[in-house]
Design a protein around this ligand. Structure first.
Ligand SMILES: *Cc1c(COP(=O)(O)O)cnc(C)c1O
Length: 814
């Protein structure tokens, strides 16, 4: 893309305020963190309910970005850059993408539906890539923002587009249609996802069909309900397994790990085999098959390519590597668009200064290789990658273009040399096309622990954060509690995400936790709730902010502050209003005031208290009296000292139940991690942690035989027993054993039999068709921590924070 600002202004209907109307734009960005932003980037300051891109404009200016699409010019920045002022920046981005799209004239496949969009897109890309230069939506970029960004990736060399469109409510599809302008439509499976945004199923179908308003052909499973809503002018190309009126008739014969599909189409009749046996994969494969038929592919090519379909991995995963490294595993795709995204992700996740990129040959850019690798080189340099390991016959020829590059012809050759190459104290992005089998590299570099992992979904954390933000007044500040290793979910990684979301404060329990965050580069203000006097020095040294809760602690801190000649060092005053844990009581307040009066070494940043029963409306009177006492004491202190500190007292359930008491700030904890004690609210949160393991061994025991220590389980019939390598030392309570609890295997319940051991437990899998090595879910979306807590008569907090540090945390995002 090369466009001048002058040409862009009329497309966006923007008012230009700036100096250089002929500036050239070659890329679009909405992400302030991207190191790919440059002087020729046009940054769209998007505005969400919980995010305002305008807040990043000043930072970006410092980094050299000079072209901005905004709804207003942030204060003091007028005259310092080119501003394109519009009414709505998202609409401007969409109009820009739509105008850009209309400059290209090649077939574009548009996919929508409730399930399967991304898989169909990836499979089509695989099936068609030998014959086309394809541009496709990266990952699952299918939203109001994702679609325009995907389309803006088109270049002159592409000759086929594959884009997916996802909507959650009415009136969204019209926008996506005008940006994608598909010529071939695919209506994938219509399930119940996102039903809440629609009146009824009919409304949802009608809305989705809008994507296809001007296609040449619409491919779908023959379905009378959908056809009833369809404009009869739209030509369809349908398949079915039960309706003989469909254009293509299919008979499926499933075996355990593959399916034979007998296809009848016009006069043709042939059989194809796909390496899957589940219903969803069969449907997705058939949608792809229809495209191949529509594109007039020969049946032997269809047979050959369909046989090679593979499981699609859509998420980038962050894993711990050995020798103190972090791995970002994107070992399933390699194209220019997704490389850009992966490099941005690397930047947002990097824990170490040093960055290594392991990269395979890149396919389907549509560019000649010389030009392609020049662009890749440019990208790598702007992302400040320290070292590149290039793997593949083509890329290794361009070795000299990359910084510190080691080149290998094949993954095999690299693996043969890997022991001689040092990997330590760095973040490593592993990105390769499928057939390079980079998963072998990942498994070599991965930290070797047992197979149990706690997978943390970073997208869900963002979702939950935004959910609670939406309950607050816009001016209310937000402190997020990341104590106890982020409630067991991860310290640094979550703090990093929260920094990006610009929360106001982090809260930890002990100084050590705060120091660990500072060492990892977190610069947000951090309040330490339980600072021991012995840690005061370290607190000061690391710019942490102590919560002071007693006259003794205050005296000690003031003495140290005096010695170190501190000026206005931030402290937080904790009041006890009824919790009776930590805090100044009413009778201490006069002494507190007199000690702080005219003292310039410290500054009271905030005054706080903690509610004892905000989760339980039975105690509403008590809670209201706590809030009242807090307001009274806090205003007495503020008045006497003539200060305006931040006042805060609500935790998660306080935010839900006592929003009128949000004061200046709230302290969000468990809700961020996906748990609410209110049933309705729980439905609106997303699951964050999934504890997974695998089956180590399976055996069948006979009636009368027992399982485990003390023979607590005796089989009354032949029973299939699976052993899972996770036990009470990993944090699974022994009370969960002996038939009380269960695990999920293939989404089916497998009851725990016998006592849970230190490192293992056994389950009954008689009713489940599973093999050794199969995945086991200990908790997650369909077996919630809240449910477990209920059964075990404890609280979700205890279960989450009990998961031992020896369980590897894996962070992922869509
Ligand atoms: C842990 C904690 C919170 C957060 O509580 P949640 O119930 O997890 O939201 C808030 N304030 C204080 C003082 C805490 O210790």
């Amino acid at each position: 893309m090369t466009l001048s600002i002058r040409n862009i202004i009329p497309i966006l209907k923007a008012k230009f305020i700036g100096k250089n109307e002929v500036a050239i734009i070659d890329s679009i960005s909405i992400d302030s963190r991207s190191l790919q932003n440059s002087g020729s980037t046009l940054y769209f300051a998007l505005l969400g309910p919980n995010h305002d891109g305008h807040h990043y404009v000043a930072e970006l200016l410092e980094q050299g970005v000079t072209n901005f699409v905004v709804t207003y010019i942030p204060s003091n920045l007028q005259g310092k850059a080119n501003f394109l002022v519009v009414e709505n920046t998202l609409q401007a981005l969409q109009s820009f993408a739509a105008a850009y799209r209309s400059d290209f004239d090649f077939p574009v496949i548009g996919i929508t539906g409730s399930n399967g969009k991304t898989i169909i897109k990836e499979w089509l890309n695989f099936l068609l890539s030998p014959d086309y230069n394809i541009i496709r939506s990266p990952k699952s970029y299918n939203s109001q923002v994702g679609v325009p960004l995907s389309v803006l990736g088109i270049n002159e060399k592409h000759n086929l587009g594959i884009f997916e469109a996802g909507i959650s409510t009415t009136n969204e599809m019209v926008n996506l249609q005008r940006i994608i302008k598909p010529t071939v439509g695919i209506f994938s499976n219509i399930g119940s996802a996102h039903d809440e945004g629609f009146h009824d199923a009919g409304e949802k179908i009608k809305e989705k069909l809008k994507l296809f308003s001007s296609v040449d052909v619409l491919i779908m499973n023959k379905n009378r309900t959908i056809e009833a809503f369809l404009n009869p002018k739209i030509k369809t190309f349908t398949w079915s397994s039960d309706d003989g009126k469909a254009d293509v008739f299919v008979i499926a014969k499933e075996s355990p790990d593959k399916t034979e599909l007998k296809i009848t189409y016009k006069k043709l009749c042939f059989t194809i085999t796909i390496p899957f046996a589940d219903q969803a994969s069969i449907e997705n494969a058939l949608q792809c098959l229809m495209v191949l038929l529509y594109f007039n592919y020969d049946q032997d090519i269809i047979q050959q390519r369909m046989l090679q379909l593979y499981p699609v991995e859509m998420r980038l995963k962050v894993k711990n590597g050995s020798n103190n490294t972090t791995l970002i595993d994107d070992s399933y795709s390699s194209d220019f668009q997704s490389l850009k995204i992966a490099l941005d992700f690397l930047e947002s996740q990097k824990q170490f200064k040093k960055k290594t990129l392991i990269l395979s040959d890149i396919f389907q850019s549509g560019l000649v290789t010389e030009e392609l690798y020049s662009r890749v080189s440019h990208l790598i340099v702007s992302n400040k990658i320290n070292r590149v390991i290039a793997i593949g016959k083509t890329i290794s020829g361009y070795k000299s273009k990359f910084p510190n590059c080691l080149a290998f012809e094949s993954t095999e050759k690299f693996l043969a040399a890997i022991e001689t190459i040092p990997f330590e104290n760095e973040t490593i992005l592993i990105k390769g096309a499928r057939h390079f089998s980079f998963e072998e590299i990942v498994s070599y570099l991965e930290e070797k622990t047992h197979e149990t992992v706690l997978e943390i979904n970073l997208n869900a954390i963002s979702h939950n954060l935004n959910f609670y933000k939406s309950k607050l007044n816009p001016e209310t500040k937000l402190m997020v509690m990341v104590k106890a290793f982020g409630y067991g979910n991860g310290g640094f990684e979550i703090a990093k995400l929260l920094s990006h979301h610009k929360v106001d404060y982090l809260g930890v329990a002990f100084a050590d936790e705060g120091i660990a965050l500072r060492t990892a580069g977190i610069s947000l203000p951090i309040m330490v709730m339980n600072p021991e006097s012995t840690s005061f020095s370290a607190i000061i040294q690391h710019q942490l902010e102590p919560e002071i809760y007693s006259i003794k602690g205050l005296t000690a801190f003031l003495k140290l502050a005096e010695q170190k000649k501190l000026k206005k060092f931030p402290i937080h005053i904790k009041l006890d209003t009824g919790m009776h844990r930590l805090g100044f009581e009413e009778e201490n307040v006069p002494e507190l005031i007199s000690k702080l009066k005219d003292n310039n070494t410290v500054e009271v940043k905030s005054i706080l208290s903690h509610l004892a029963a905000s989760d339980d409306m039975k105690h509403i009177d008590f809670t209201l009296s706590q809030i009242k006492l807090f307001e009274k004491l806090a205003s007495a202190i503020s008045e006497e000292l003539n200060i305006k500190p931040i006042l805060h007292t609500l935790n998660t359930s306080g935010i839900s139940n006592f929003p009128q008491a949000q004061l200046d700030m709230v302290r969000l904890g468990i809700g961020l991690y996906g748990v609410s004690n209110d049933e309705d609210e729980q439905k609106l949160l997303e699951n964050v942690g999934t504890l997974k393991s695998i089956i180590s061994q399976i055996r069948t025991i006979q009636a009368g035989e027992s399982v485990g220590y003390s023979r607590r389980f005796i089989a009354d019939k032949p029973t299939k027993i699976a052993t899972i390598p996770i036990g009470y030392a990993d944090g699974i309570s022994r009370h969960w054993g002996n038939g009380v609890g269960y695990v999920l295997i293939k989404n089916k319940k497998a009851p725990i039999v016998g006592s849970i051991c230190m490192d293992m437990l056994m389950v009954d899998v008689s009713e489940i068709d599973c093999k050794e090595g199969a995945e086991v879910i200990l908790f997650g979306e369909n077996l919630s921590v809240s449910f477990m807590a209920n059964q075990l008569t404890t609280i979700p907090y205890e279960i989450m924070t009990s998961i031992s540090q020896r369980v590897k945390r894996v962070f992922c995002r869509e």
